[in-house]
Design a protein around this ligand. Structure first.
Ligand code: SAH
Length: 215
């Protein structure tokens, strides 16, 4: 497909899937308009890159629906220079959106093949402020903590305590919580004056966050 056509598909995605729902932040809308999502999608389904749905990225994993990426990004109110931890790198797309917004991104992926592929894609697209690590996200990234914000894109059954510890005071974490078989809720966790508050935003469906070592 020609470059211009991808641009049109992205423009349509922003209008029909994001603006028409409740995404209002102009910086988030701009990032969604500019980051080339199709580069993060396997060739077999690349033509569906800007559809209103999640897509398979191999290894039984998925890239989230564009709306969910925009919604989660908007929740942390990204600003240039913010240090953000992402759990579940997957394709690297969410990390690219955050980097495009000027965040310093640290992202952890359990499956080494996906971590490697995302590293290559991000490098190819010149997103330099993204650090990808193959590891278990339940441990967080203690050497780089605390983080201004944390975005978790796989669902644990409980909020991992290490991630709460690694959140800066005044920081926000957005995380889907619940088991695969039951309903998961997207939650926003806020830390203020050492006090933790949690709010449920909407029902969602994410792949499970798995607590094991990297092979
Ligand atoms: N944010 C991604 C989509 C993530 S899909 C994107 O933009 O494409 C969820 C990812 O979380 C999967 O790749 C899965 O392998 C990963 N994952 C599951 N459990 C994990 C864990 N404990 N630590 C890190 N990553 C994990």
């Amino acid at each position: 497909m020609k470059a211009q056509n991808w641009v049109q598909l992205r423009e349509r995605m922003v209008n029909d899937q994001l603006r028409s729902r409740d995404i209002r932040s102009s910086n988030v809308l701009n990032a969604m308009r500019e980051v080339p999502r199709h580069h993060f999608i396997p060739e077999t389904v690349q033509h569906l890159a800007y559809d209103d749905r999640p897509l398979p990225i191999g290894m039984d994993q998925t890239i989230s629906q564009p709306y969910i990426v925009a919604f989660m990004t908007e929740q942390i109110q990204p600003k240039p220079g913010m240090k953000v931890l992402e759990i579940g790198t997957g394709s690297g797309y969410q990390a690219a959106v955050l980097a495009h917004l000027g965040c310093k991104v640290f992202t952890i992926e359990l499956i080494p093949e996906l971590a490697q592929r995302a590293t290559n894609t991000l490098h190819h697209l010149k997103y330099e402020d993204v650090n990808v690590r193959a590891g278990n996200g339940f441990l967080g990234w203690p050497e780089e903590a605390p983080f201004d914000a944390i975005i978790v894109t796989a669902a644990p059954e409980e909020i991992p305590p290490n991630l709460i510890d690694q959140l800066k005071d005044g920081g926000k974490m957005v995380i889907p919580v619940g088991s695969v078989s039951s309903l998961q809720y997207l939650k926003i966790v806020t830390k203020k004056g050492g006090h933790i508050s949690t709010e449920s935003l909407m029902p969602v469906r994410f792949v499970p966050m798995i607590d094991r070592d990297v092979e």
